[in-house]
Every structure is written in structure tokens, then in C-alpha cells.
Design a protein around this ligand. Structure first.
Ligand code: ADP
Ligand code: ADP
Length: 226
């Protein structure tokens, strides 16, 4: 049974059809990349799964539960964005613990879990009391991933998380992310417009175009096709 099933998902913005009835099954532990040019509907798909975009039609079923109408914070999704969206006035540790504070987890448990998440992403211990602005881009991205992991989400949703970084660092973090995902055995949907990134990271690539799926397959199949 897939952990995530999307059926007939559609979304219009005014007269513009951003998503035209897409279907997708994601297996537990799978890393799926949504690949395609700007404006093809990748973020809309991801945000509908996260609950920040309300679809006009279709359904989203997570681990057997229909979550189509559920509020974002009830969906147990960890999110990572390009701009990190870390809070500048909070330390790294406070940033990572924040989702737990929203969930009314006790202070002690928050700290334990935040430290564990920071260890998972291999952030140096000496950086945990720094402000985000004192970290490098790569470290900030690790913190954002730790924050997304801290409440043991059912899956991770990532929207161009490495796009703001330079090529070398991006390649390094791609490699790290792939290993992290395998190590903690989490399920990921990853939005990118970078074909190379999708090829490196994904078990399966969904090529999107004009709000539809143009092609779905393993990296090899996509890569070898004319
Ligand atoms: P992608 O992530 O592939 O770049 P998006 O899902 O962000 O694509 O957007 C798909 C299309 O829908 C784009 O043409 C975009 O301009 C449009 N769009 C996205 N969000 C809105 C919105 N809130 N209002 C109007 N149009 C939007
Ligand atoms: P607001 O209600 O002010 O729009 P949100 O609750 O949507 O704020 O989110 C605040 C910030 O917390 C966002 O910028 C986002 O980066 C982060 N965030 C929201 N939901 C999650 C989540 N499930 N996992 C990780 N970070 C999240």
C-alpha cells in the first residue's frame, strides 16, 4: 500500500489551470522528484500535499487517511524550502525546537529531540546556540532539514531546498541528503527544475509540464529516453 495516493488533483488560479487532474502513488521510503520548468505546477502539487493550497478537485490519502481537507499542521509533513524560512531572532536550537513548541511538547523533550535532529543532519555541536545569520548557507539548510525532521513527520516535502547554494555546495548537500534519506528511511517529495539534481537524488522522477505529468519513471528510464 502506498504511503501517499493522489487522485485527480486539480487546481485553477482564476482562469489559469495550474494542475489538471494528476494521479500519483508514493511508496514508503521512496524519494520522488517533481521535475519541470518554472510554472509547470510543481509547487502547487507540493503545497496541496502540505495543505497550504486547497485543490478544486481530487483527493490526497496519506497512510490510508483522506487528508484532502485537513489543516496543514494535522498532516504530519516536514517541510523544507529554498529560503530556509528560519527565524532570525532565534538560535539554531530554538529554531529546530519550534515545531515542537507549537505542538505543546515539554521543554525538556523539545531540547532532547532538537539535539537529536541536529545530530542527524550532522550540524557541529558548537553551532547550536548561533543565530541563523552566523551560519553558512549549507549549515542553514541542515538546520532547516533538522527542523522538518524534529517531530518525526510521516514524510518530507522539499521545494528547491538547494537552489540558493553554489554548485559545489549543492552537489555536496545532494549527496548528504541522499544518504540521510536512506539512513533514516523517510519518504520524500522533492521539487526541482534541475534535471541533474533529480537524477542524483530520486528513486523516481515525475516530469511535469503545463500542470500535467509528462513522464514518470526511474532516473535511468527518464535519462535514456530520447
Ligand atoms: P512551479 O512550482 O512549477 O514553478 P507553481 O505551482 O508555482 O509552478 O505555479 C504554476 C502556475 O500557477 C504558474 O504559472 C504560477 O504563476 C501560477 N500560480 C501559482 N500560484 C498562484 C497564485 N497564488 N495565484 C495565481 N497564480 C498562481
Ligand atoms: P504563518 O501562519 O505565519 O503563515 P506558518 O504556520 O505557515 O506561518 O509557518 C511559519 C513558518 O514555519 C513557515 O515559514 C515555515 O517555513 C515553517 N513551517 C510551517 N510548517 C512547517 C512544517 N510542517 N515543518 C517545518 N517548518 C514548517
Amino acid at each position: 500500500q502506498p504511503i501517499l495516493s493522489i487522485r485527480g488533483l486539480s487546481k485553477r488560479y482564476g482562469d489559469f489551470e495550474a494542475l489538471s487532474g494528476i494521479d500519483l502513488d508514493v511508496a514508503r521510503g521512496e524519494f520522488v522528484a517533481l521535475l519541470g520548468p518554472s510554472g509547470c505546477g510543481k509547487s502547487t502539487t507540493l503545497m496541496a500535499v502540505a495543505g497550504f493550497v486547497e485543490p478544486d478537485a481530487g483527493s490526497i490519502v496519506l497512510a490510508g487517511n483522506d487528508i484532502t481537507a485537513l489543516a496543514p499542521d494535522k498532516r504530519h509533513m516536514g517541510m523544507v524550502f529554498q529560503d530556509y524560512a528560519l527565524f532570525p531572532h532565534m538560535s539554531v536550537l530554538e529554531n529546530v525546537a519550534f515545531p515542537l513548541r507549537m505542538r505543546k511538547v515539554s521543554r525538556r523533550e523539545r531540547e532532547e529531540k532538537a539535539l537529536a535532529a541536529l545530530e542527524t543532519v550532522q550540524l557541529p555541536r558548537k553551532s547550536i546556540y548561533a543565530r541563523p545569520s552566523e551560519l553558512s548557507g549549507g549549515q542553514r539548510q541542515r538546520v532547516a532539514v533538522a527542523r522538518a525532521l524534529v517531530f518525526d513527520p510521516v514524510m518530507l516535502l522539499m521545494d528547491e531546498p538547494l537552489a540558493a547554494l553554489d554548485r559545489r555546495l549543492r552537489q555536496h548537500l545532494q549527496y548528504e541528503l541522499r544518504h540521510l534519506q536512506a539512513r533514516i528511511d523517510t519518504t520524500v517529495i522533492y521539487v526541482t527544475h534541475d534535471q541533474e539534481e533529480a537524477l542524483v537524488l530520486a528513486d523516481r522522477i515525475v516530469v511535469m509540464r503545463n500542470g500535467q505529468f509528462e513522464q514518470v519513471g526511474k532516473p535511468r528510464d527518464i535519462y535514456d529516453s530520447p
